[in-house]
Design a protein around this ligand. Structure first.
Ligand SMILES: *Cc1c(COP(=O)(O)O)cnc(C)c1O
Length: 441
């Protein structure tokens, strides 16, 4: 498969290059040249397959030309070593729980898949070790660190701002050891990001070691999220609840919902989609007006969705404009025919969490709450709604406990991280210090 850039000014790339580079030379996002439709029989039998089998079929359509099929199966089965159930919350509303992976949030799947795919390409090429640099304000670091943990041939450096990450988040990437090094930067998130950017541009450093990023826009992190939606359809079909399905995705950078839309292009029988936002309502406004007007992000309760300029917006436009062949009006029309939006303030998120808990006993996290509420308000009579619960409520324990007046159980996996010993390297925000450190590695 070849990959082109949404900006249209970069050379076509193969999968290997698209994965290692992340972003195209013209700063655009990579898109596969072809999105293959899956055969009818696949959808006829899908309810009899498990998550791994379904995902392998989907992965073959995306990656089957570029990765040996046995290796691809191994990568998929290793990535999806946990379940992804749908649970009935009320009437026609079901929760798709995407939080049964190592860090209890949906980004685990993309991170692990990317780690294993990168390892596959490293083995094909030779022995040189690859170093992943990632700056984090919390959750990306833990998903990437755990995804790459123990993957031979790759070392990960997670840079995070000292004192600015919650203890629950911090322990998920500082207690791992092995091929994961946590670097505690005396500064803010932007300082961490600047160190990583400077490292990628530094010639001497790039001669010394092979550097790559593991950004969420990377095709190897973003496309595997489509697996979730095929599996959701299968589980709903098993329950005989798969007609007139509405999928609702709490969205920030729009990677997760974009993967769902790729699934729809492959033939996934979903009637329509809802993108649920917190107070960062850029996409919601685009749907209303046809104008895209990015803004600085606002801090909210659902902080993993605090994005004022969603990076995957470019992918969605590219998909529905048929790579800019359609006018912006025609593109907007196609998008609004399939996707609607919703936006919620922190007060509305709190209210939703309380009401849902009182009425159903289901504990929502602040992100999932946006999805649940959008379905509660937007579902038509003959429709069945599935919303993504994108993180386990215990990941936001302080907020959830306070809002619901309960004491959320901490899953064993999270408790184990909290018992681990913190190991990190102290670093100033000065690039020369970071460079000196990396040159000794
Ligand atoms: C990343 C994240 C989101 C937003 O997903 P996007 O792909 O950026 O739209 C929602 N909820 C949680 C818990 C997340 O970590």
């Amino acid at each position: 498969m070849k990959y082109y850039s949404t900006n249209g000014k970069a050379p076509i790339a193969d999968l290997h290059k698209a994965v290692v580079k992340g972003l195209a030379e013209d700063r655009g996002l990579y898109m596969p040249e072809e999105i293959k439709k899956l055969p009818k029989v696949f959808f006829e039998d899908i309810q009899s397959m498990n998550f791994q089998q379904i995902a392998y079929n989907v992965a073959s359509a995306f990656f089957g030309e570029d990765v040996d099929l046995d290796a691809l199966q191994d990568i998929v089965y290793d990535t999806l070593s946990f379940d992804c159930p749908v649970k009935k919350v009320k009437d026609n509303i079901y929760s798709l729980e995407l939080f049964h992976g190592p860090t209890l949030a949906f980004k685990d799947v993309g991170a692990r898949f990317m780690a294993r795919l990168l390892q596959y390409f490293i083995r094909m090429e030779g022995k040189e070790q690859v170093n992943v640099l990632v700056a984090t304000s919390g959750d990306t670091g833990s998903a990437v660190a755990n995804g790459f943990l123990g993957v031979e041939g790759i070392h990960v450096y997670v840079l995070y701002p000292k004192g600015k990450v919650s203890p629950i988040q911090e322990c998920q990437f500082t207690t791992l050891g092995k091929n994961i090094t946590a670097i505690e930067v005396d500064g803010v998130f932007d300082d961490c990001q600047a160190l990583v950017k400077n490292a990628f541009m530094d010639e001497e450093l790039n001669k010394h070691m092979k550097l790559t990023s593991a950004n969420s826009i990377n095709v190897a992190r973003f496309l595997p999220q489509a697996f979730y939606y095929f599996n959701a359809y299968a589980r709903m079909k098993q329950l005989s609840k798969s007609s007139n399905l509405v999928m609702c995705v709490p969205s920030g950078n729009f990677g997760n919902i974009c993967a769902a839309l790729f699934g729809h292009q492959m033939g996934l029988p979903v009637k329509r989609f809802i993108a649920a936002n917190n107070a960062n309502d850029i996409f919601y406004k685009y749907l209303q007006t046809g104008k895209y007007d990015p803004k600085p992000s606002i801090q909210t309760l659902a902080n993993a969705m605090d994005v004022g300029d969603p990076s995957n917006f470019a992918r969605i436009i590219n998909l529905y404009s048929q790579n800019n062949r359609l006018t912006s009006e025609a593109t907007h029309h196609r998008i609004t025919n399939l996707i609607s939006g919703a936006t919620y303030s922190d007060d509305q998120i709190r209210e939703t969490m309380r009401k849902c808990y009182e009425e159903t006993g289901y504990i929502l996290d602040p992100h999932g709450a946006c999805g649940y509420q959008a379905l509660t308000e937007g579902l038509q009579e003959n429709e069945i709604g599935v919303f993504c619960e994108t993180a386990h409520p215990a990941k936001f324990k302080e907020k959830v406990d306070e809002i619901l007046g309960i004491d959320v159980d901490i899953p064993e996996r999270l408790a184990a991280f909290m018992k681990g010993e913190k190991q990190s390297v102290a670093m100033s925000k000065d690039f020369d210090d970071f460079k000196k450190y990396l040159l000794t590695r």
